[in-house]
Write a new protein. Structure first.
Length: 204
C-alpha cells in the first residue's frame, strides 16, 4: 500500500494560501523508543512501516488524507467540504479503529513474528487551518497545514495514555450525540483561555 501523500498534496495545492476547515488526527506509538533499541535494523523497519502503513490505510478508509509522518506519529486530515458533522464522526471512528487495530491485529501479528507488542495513542480536533507551501525551489515544496487546530491536536495526543483517543472541545461539539455521550472530560490545555479535551469511549 502506497501512502496517499500525492493525493493530499494535490488537494492542498488547490487551497494554498487559504483557510479551510478540517478534522485533524495524530496517532503515535507508545514507548517505541525503548522497544526499538533492542531490535535488529530489519525488525525496526518492519515495526515502523507496518504501523505507519496500517494507520495511513485507516485514515484513507474513513475518507481522510495522509498528511505526513512526524517521528513515530502519523498525521491525517479530513476536509469538511461535504458537511462537517459526518467528517467529524469519521475522525472519531478513525481514531477508535486505529486503537482496535493496534490491540487486536498488529500486536498479535508482532508477537507471532517475535516483535514487541505495540499500543498507540490518538489525539484529534476540528477547526480552521492555514494551508501553506513550505520549502525552496531548489529542493522542492511541500504543502502543509498550520495553526491552532494542528497544535491542539498534537498536544492532546501527548496527554493520551496507551490505547486512548482524546479529542478537543471543538470536535466534541460537532460529533453526533451518540459519540458525544461516550465522552468524558479529562482536563484542559493551558491556552490563553482553558481548552477542554475529552476521552472517547468505544461506541462501535
Amino acid at each position: 500500500m502506497r501512502p496517499r501523500r500525492a493525493n493530499s498534496q494535490t488537494l492542498l495545492s488547490i487551497f494554498n494560501g487559504k483557510t479551510i476547515q478540517v478534522g485533524v488526527i495524530y496517532v503515535d506509538l507508545v514507548e517505541s523508543t525503548d522497544a526499538v533499541s533492542r531490535m535488529k535494523p530489519s525488525a525496526v523497519r518492519a515495526y515502523y512501516t507496518t504501523f505507519t502503513n496500517e494507520m495511513i490505510q485507516v485514515i484513507i478508509d474513513f475518507g481522510g488524507y495522509f498528511l505526513k509522518p512526524l517521528g513515530d506519529a502519523v498525521v491525517g486530515f479530513f476536509p469538511a467540504f461535504r458537511g462537517f458533522v459526518n467528517q467529524a464522526d469519521n475522525v472519531v471512528n478513525c481514531g477508535l479503529i486505529m486503537i482496535e487495530l493496534c490491540k487486536n491485529s498488529i500486536s498479535p501479528l508482532f508477537v507471532r513474528k517475535r516483535l514487541p507488542k505495540i499500543s498507540c495513542r490518538v489525539g484529534a480536533d476540528f477547526g480552521t487551518v492555514e494551508v501553506v507551501k513550505l520549502g525552496v525551489q531548489s529542493t522542492g515544496y511541500f504543502v502543509d497545514m498550520v495553526g491552532n487546530t494542528m497544535n491542539i491536536a498534537a498536544k492532546i495526543m501527548k496527554k493520551a495514555g496507551a490505547n486512548e483517543l482524546l479529542i478537543g472541545d471543538q470536535l466534541s461539539k460537532v460529533i453526533h450525540t451518540t459519540y458525544r455521550l461516550s465522552c468524558s472530560r479529562i482536563g484542559s490545555l493551558p491556552l490563553p483561555s482553558p481548552y477542554a479535551y475529552y476521552k472517547v469511549g468505544f461506541v462501535l
